[in-house]
Design a protein. Sequence first.
Length: 351
Amino acid sequence: MAKQKILPLFIPMEGCPRRCIYCDQHAISGQAAPVSAAEVAQAAESLPVDSGVQLAFYGGSFTALTEARQTELLQAVQPALAQRRITSLRLSTRPDAVDAATLARLRGYGVTAVELGVQSFDDAVLRASGRGYDVEAALAACRQVADAGLTLGVQLMCGLPGDSREACLRSAYLARELGAALLRIYPTLVLRGTPLARLWQQGRYQPLGLAEAVEVAAEMTLLFEAGGGSMIRAGLNPSPATEAACLAGPYHPAFGHMVRSRIKLQQALAVLAQVSEPRELHYPRTDAPQLFGQAGANAAELRQRYPQLALVCAEVAPGALIAVGGGGRAENTLDAASRALAAKLLANLPL
Ligand code: SF4
């Protein structure tokens, strides 16, 4: 599937009825003030006709803005929509700020996708993170977005206060069962000046380590994508502003690549286990970055487990891997291996 081109415009923490304990959208977006309607119009109209770009309002709770402010922003892009400079609109908001009438109104302005910042489908985690709604409200909001004929995106976090691997996996599974087409995964970071930073300084909160966060995010991705949806981002957009604000936690500018590489490693281990005394692993050139992993971490792990193993770039279909060993050869594809891994995760997940 071709990647959707998006022009993101930020309304940092605008509309939010409360501050979630981990959040500082000003730091993350590097933007102090919300975008104005004039800036929105200018950005949209600077795009060429048939750009194929979707304009997105991120960083706040769009549907919790006053109706006048929502209308001002939505109307600002109508000329660009009419001229096909943008294809459609997307926005992110809170689960407790959507209802059928609002969603119908948004559709009328050209909104085709709504991303809900659910963060977790676990009541204890939602409470501990100061989200201000419960799982029932999150489930209802997801159903309303899907029922309104909009593409449902779900944003989940891992490593929130009170969180666990199982809660994260259950959340990813529920997002898939609710019909979400898109998933974003954000590992919890300790950002300067947030209530979470105080908890961390007092020793009352410990973030996930980087390896653990990558592992959990990879498992969430496997469970979610087995339902046909796409995990479109893992980790915050790397930026100097985020790096400067991050006091602790699993921040890495290549977090998303590390998640995909982790899944690739699992695929490699699965195919290698199918032959005795594996000597070679054949891979297509296109898949080399994920197979070798961030800074060669996967290659090092494979060589540690199989000291005789040679990684061979060969004429192999994208996504496929071929293991060659004493007892013959075996082949798998990323899709098939991912589905098998997801089925195994699901079988061991208390729902
Ligand atoms: S996490 Fe979302 S709802 Fe909470 S304060 Fe930040 S932008 Fe607002």
